[in-house]
Design a protein around this ligand. Sequence first.
Ligand SMILES: *Cc1c(COP(=O)(O)O)cnc(C)c1O
Length: 352
Amino acid sequence: MSARLIVDLDAFAANLRLVRERIAPADHMLVVKDDAYGHGLLPIVRRAHAEGVRWFGAFDTATGRTVREELGPDARIFVWMLESAADLSAAVDADLDVGVGNALLLEDLAALGPRPADALRPRVHLKIDTGLHRNGIRTEEWPDAVARAAELQRAGVLGVEGVWSHIAEASDAEDDAARALFLQARQTAAAAGLSPGFAHLAASAAGFTRPEFREDLVRIGAFAYGIAPAGGPDADSLGIVPIASLRAEVITTDGTHAHVGVGSLDGIPSPFGGMLSVRTPGGVRRVVTVRADRLIVEGWDGMTVGDEVIVLGAGGLHTATELAERIATIGEEIAVRISPRIERVYPGAPAR
Ligand SMILES: *Cc1c(COP(=O)(O)O)cnc(C)c1O
């Protein structure tokens, strides 16, 4: 396969610095779900760790364990997609911080029993549902849940380290309403005797533009990878740079068109036929059709098998977000669709 995703880790580091300066004194939790948004988990977490990132948002237990094995004990790794008691206990054993968005999970933790003084005590971040209705403890269940968590903390079963939520970041008014519920939930937790060190609510968009949403930690994925919000300010005006460049080679030519070796099965949505332009050695050319295994691209003088074409991202014509907007989705969705079969290349990264 000729296609490659070239990931510029120096550009990634520059985005990380920008994110940190922007949200300081809040700390940055780098979200690395979905294989670090398709950029490749291990090279991303290694570089972030070398740049001083200490909080990682891993989403699921398996990803969290992989990050723990890679980075060792000084990283804080947060997971919140916990489907079962087994999942939860695996997360605790791997020294992960667990997001608890369901009071039943507290009982699963209670069932693990009091931990010996030298054992890892589950570090819990209680999630209040502030309106997204994904997972999160409902406001009406919150007082009982924090009371139960406080009881379990006193019994040595767990430690409540955080109170958190997730917001839509689609309208300021909705986010403000969510934040009001969040602040109330923190007060209720405090009144129940909990004093968690970490409150976290915002992701990229609110973290960047709304200081009052930053609290102690901001969970940022998209902007760290240079992915701007669909329908929002572009990367340039945010000061972030796309870190990935999808490239592929000409695999054959048919006189008028070049056939470029990346297609819909590799993650280029087929509706892009006719609306995508790519950078070729002969200049900018339009993609006429997206087939399963190739792009059919308007030809150029001297086009030859092996010519490199920049399809998407850095050096190309479009960012993931610009393309996403044309099919009414978000840049992350384009980034994570790039098939795992496509080799990720990290120029200049130390060999491992
Ligand atoms: C994905 C995710 C984030 C990161 O969102 P971005 O917009 O990519 O910064 C933060 N928090 C939670 C719970 C998420 O699922």
